[in-house]
Design a binder for this molecule. Structure first.
Ligand code: SF4
Ligand code: SF4
Length: 295
């Protein structure tokens, strides 16, 4: 079983549309939607939820008034300004649970051991059935942070399912950006496919994410989406990537059928057999060749 993660240095490159299309082309796969901050693969695949679990990534600080010495150290050192004096003028400090990041510093430095942590449910995660195979996905509640723990959980469960049912591929819709969530999506994969676009920010973010995959020694290729909206920029991106040893495995043209497919709740290759579907199929074929060692 091969783990293929589809990532993009930035949002809006079409990563999820391309991941969904790949899922339809892979004969036997399990999907992991690790873009837990803004999960949207479910819009294409309409999963039927089979299992539902709560996710708690940590806790929120709470000051026990009976132990507090009112020294003010926690208020002074909390960099998120979460420790406040109540509006009623009471001398006891309280923690604003919306501002608290659960970093634990206050509990560490409190001389009286007056700060405790109460667990908080940050979101939910699911195991579902889709027409492309099983899918593990999640939803963070508004305002809750993503440390990478939820991504690790989603990916681990998807890997267990893929291994258990003899799937050929675990397809991961990776987190955007460069932080902990994307590292949790990428590390240990067999192949990272960076979906980029021919813009200045696309090129800039591509180089940053390619640096990250190189650091984690994950073989990496790129797919240039909407490549024909600026062919010169696409050529420049291809040259820059190949100079760093990163192959371009596909160029997917702009086609309004991609948006129409999203609106219809279908993958691109389900919606059309036009040229854009051919571009995606060609990219997928190269991915198969690379993971099977044929290139
Ligand atoms: S550091 Fe501890 S003792 Fe000092 S004000 Fe905060 S909770 Fe109270
Ligand atoms: S846990 Fe961190 S963010 Fe929350 S109140 Fe304590 S120091 Fe501030």
């Amino acid at each position: 079983m091969k783990e293929i993660v589809v990532i993009s240095g930035k949002g809006g490159t079409g990563k999820t549309s391309i991941t969904g299309a790949f899922a339809g082309l892979a004969k036997k796969c399990v999907l992991a939607d690790c873009d837990v901050d803004a999960a949207d693969l479910h819009l294409l695949l309409q999963p039927q939820v089979r299992e539902r679990y709560e996710f708690s990534g940590g806790g929120r600080a709470e000051i026990k008034a009976e132990k507090c010495l009112k020294c003010g150290l926690c208020r002074q050192l909390c960099r998120f300004d979460a420790v406040r004096r109540p509006a009623d003028g009471s001398s006891f400090l309280t923690v604003n649970s919306l501002a608290c990041e659960g970093c634990g510093l206050c509990a560490h430095i409190c001389p009286a051991g007056a700060i405790e942590f109460k667990p908080v449910v940050d979101g939910e995660w699911y195991v579902s059935d889709t027409r492309m195979g099983s899918m593990v996905h999640a939803c963070l509640y508004p305002g809750e942070g993503n440390s990478g723990k939820l991504v690790t959980l989603v990916r681990s469960r998807a890997r267990e399912i893929a291994t258990g049912n003899g799937s050929d591929y675990l397809l991961i819709d990776g987190s955007p950006g460069l932080g902990c969530p994307v590292i949790a999506s990428v590390a240990g994969s067999d192949l990272a496919v960076i979906v980029t676009e021919p813009t200045v920010s696309g090129e800039h973010d591509l180089l940053r994410i390619a640096g990250l995959t190189k650091h984690f020694r994950v073989p990496t290729v790129i797919c240039i989406n909407r490549s024909d909206i600026n062919s010169a920029a696409s050529d420049r991106i291809a040259a820059v990537a190949e100079a760093q040893g990163v192959k371009v495995i596909g160029r997917v043209r702009y086609d309004k059928a991609v948006t129409e497919a999203q609106i219809a709740g279908k993958t691109v290759n389900e919606y059309t057999d036009g040229p854009v579907a051919g571009d995606i199929l060609a990219a997928w074929q190269r991915i198969i060749n690379l993971t099977e060692g044929k290139e």
